[in-house]
Design a binder for this molecule. Structure first.
Ligand SMILES: [Mg+2]
Length: 196
């Protein structure tokens, strides 16, 4: 059997490829007086940002959103083309701890033309074990990769820009969007660029 010598590029789903949060907020807003927007999400733990909600309810909103997978928009329309190009060089592994039904998540990936070699569902704390490089919107996942000698690329979102409870490892690179991820992977760009 021929071994795949390529590095594995791990890619998260919620908040990195799929704008699940957009639909979750719609569901939240339909049941609450407080009308939340993404700008209100300063902390990764959604329940800590919004009134009258707990972690269990957040999980329920995520599950319900994935049941409506065809209403979930991509985080960045460029992701499909960028990942297709990266797949020529890397083993592409979807690595997710999503609350969504796996069948629906895979339907969404196919519908949005995201190519990948394999799919791992694991706890957030274990993602670093399955990749050499990880693109993710959760600081703790990215930090773990950097701490274990891998490359961590944080997809910038409101909930990870300035969360005081999550200090970003100095080796982590922050990506503005998927074209920026491409340049980080291919051109070794490791500083914030105004072009994005
Ligand atoms: Mg995520």
């Amino acid at each position: 059997m021929i071994q795949d010598e390529r590095l594995t590029l791990g890619i998260d789903i919620d908040g990195t490829l799929a704008d699940t949060v957009g639909l979750v907020l719609e569901l939240y807003n339909s049941e609450h007086k407080f009308q939340a927007s993404k700008e209100d999400l300063k902390l990764y733990e959604m329940a800590k940002n919004l009134p009258e909600i707990d972690g269990g309810k957040v999980k329920e909103y995520f599950e319900n959103s994935w049941d409506r997978w065809n209403e979930i928009a991509p985080v960045d329309n460029a992701a499909s083309d960028v990942i297709r190009k990266l797949a020529e060089l890397y083993n592409i592994r979807i690595i997710t701890a999503t609350f969504g039904d796996t069948g629906n998540v895979k339907r969404w990936l196919e519908h949005n033309e995201i190519v990948y070699n394999d799919f791992v569902h694991c706890d957030s704390s274990e993602k670093y074990k399955y990749c050499d490089i990880l693109v993710d919107d959760r600081v703790s996942c990215i930090n773990a990769v950097a701490e274990h000698g891998g490359r961590g690329i944080l997809m910038e979102q409101y909930w990870n820009k300035a969360d005081p409870t999550e200090e970003i490892n100095e080796n982590v690179v922050i990506a503005k969007n998927w074209n920026h991820v491409y340049d980080i992977c291919i051109n070794g760009l490791d500083i914030a660029s105004n072009e994005y």
